[in-house]
Design a protein around this ligand. Structure first.
Ligand SMILES: *[C@@H]1O[C@H](CO)[C@@H](O)[C@H](O)[C@H]1NC(C)=O
Ligand SMILES: *[C@@H]1O[C@H](CO)[C@@H](O)[C@H](O)[C@H]1NC(C)=O
Ligand SMILES: *[C@@H]1O[C@H](CO)[C@@H](O)[C@H](O)[C@H]1NC(C)=O
Length: 378
């Protein structure tokens, strides 16, 4: 695949912003943001690629849990829907960035040469296998489904001769690759789809173990890289994102969850008085009643992340990077962000807004290095 030919200009009509980042650059930018994430997790605004090996059922279950961890939705997550050329190209690029082909085992059927997607056969799943290709019934797209219920009618990218629906008897290995899986049922069927480094599809047995891609339903991607506010802004933009905006308490909570997901717990996220106890947070009147926590630890930069809020243009006039006004009403400001009127946060020099893992906002010096939160364009 020629990666260089894929150039997309993301026009964000809603915000009137045009980002001139090619898809390939975006994937590289994203990879840089999440270098420190454990378990080989590569989140983007569309999909999260998890580079751990998992069978189809286990991958499905792990995708289910993602939205609750990343945002507040109770909706179960699903394996990724890749129902257009753009989505297929994007996942292919991401897969190549996360697990470069030349670094994987040379056998075509090695686990890391494929990634699970959310396409599986939902109709005629026990169809009799006809050995002779010329006698087989033609492939019917309607028998296969993405999790949104659609079938691959408008877009499909099956490898030549696939899906061949070759079954496997109990005790047999699926391929000549030494670590390939073994069928543990009376008869195993290739009713799941996997995608390779060229973006081509293959029907596969559910017991195979591959990396997997889940649809992403959050708003934020948080980076553990320590950067100044300006560097953070540039790093978000290099990945086709912008520094996070937070427009209400619901988004504050979503971002807080994303912070914990991407950066890990602070160890005192559930302290009394931390975010969640709204009445402690009148405008500029926060309380942090966590006796267990030493003051110094609370201010450890690893617990705080840059957002896009800043008053760089005009002292005291806080704006998000898209120019919209930061609304302070009902915001969980920390007690000392000002003199309890919020006025100190207009102090010169502290021009950039940070948010803590427990959901408090503070103004801070932009030259300090901290993790940072990027936002997906909506
Ligand atoms: C993107 O490119 C266009 C044309 O090349 C230019 O007019 C525009 O200012 C650029 N936008 C950004 C955000 O750099
Ligand atoms: C899939 O993996 C899970 C967890 O490792 C395991 O419990 C389950 O038996 C596996 N299923 C198949 C079909 O291999
Ligand atoms: C704080 O707010 C009160 C009431 O609005 C006001 O009287 C006082 O001057 C304010 N203090 C500062 C330092 O802005």
């Amino acid at each position: 695949m020629r990666l260089t030919i894929l150039c997309y200009i993301c026009v964000i009509a809603e915000l009137g912003i045009t980002l001139n980042v090619s898809l390939n650059e975006q994937v590289i930018g994203l990879k840089n943001l999440v270098r420190k994430l454990p378990n080989h997790v590569f989140p983007t605004c569309h999909v999260v690629l998890v580079a751990d090996l998992a069978n189809f059922t286990s991958a499905e279950n792990r995708c289910k849990r993602l939205p609750a961890m990343l945002s507040r939705t109770n909706k179960a997550g699903t394996l990724a829907t890749v129902n257009s050329k753009e989505a297929n190209d994007f996942l292919t690029l991401l897969f190549n960035a996360a697990l470069p082909k030349h670094k994987q085992h040379r056998n075509t059927f090695a686990g890391t040469r494929w990634v699970w997607t959310g396409l599986r056969k939902t109709k005629k799943i026990n169809q009799k296998h006809i050995r002779k290709v010329e006698n087989r019934k033609p492939y019917n797209a309607e028998d296969w489904q993405w999790y949104d219920g659609s079938s691959p009618k408008d877009f499909e990218n099956w490898n030549r001769g696939q899906p061949d629906q070759r079954p496997l008897k109990m005790g047999k290995k699926s391929s000549d690759y030494k670590h390939s899986g073994i069928c543990k049922e009376r008869l195993c069927r290739q009713n799941q789809m996997r995608l390779n480094h060229e973006g081509m599809w293959d029907d596969a047995f559910s017991f195979e173990e591959h990396p997997f891609a889940c649809d992403y339903q959050g708003k934020y991607i948080v980076s553990a890289e320590m950067k100044t506010w300006e560097e953070a802004k540039a790093a978000c933009e290099a990945a086709g994102l912008q520094l996070a905006t937070v427009r209400n308490l619901d988004e504050t909570d979503q971002l807080r969850r994303a912070l914990i997901f991407f950066l890990g717990e602070s160890g005192f996220d559930n302290c009394k008085g931390a975010f969640g106890n709204g009445k402690d947070y009148e405008h500029g009147v926060g309380q942090f009643n966590c006796v267990k926590v030493k003051r110094k630890k609370r201010w450890d930069p690893i617990h705080w992340a840059w957002t896009g809020g800043n008053d760089l243009k005009k002292e005291g006039d806080y704006r998000w990077t898209d120019g919209t006004v930061v609304l302070f009403e009902g915001f969980p400001w920390i007690a000392n962000a000002g003199d309890n009127n919020g006025s100190k946060r207009k102090a010169k020099g502290q021009n950039s807004l940070t948010i803590s893992k427990w959901g408090e906002f503070d103004d801070s010096y932009g030259h300090d290095k901290k993790p940072f939160a990027c936002e997906c364009y909506r």
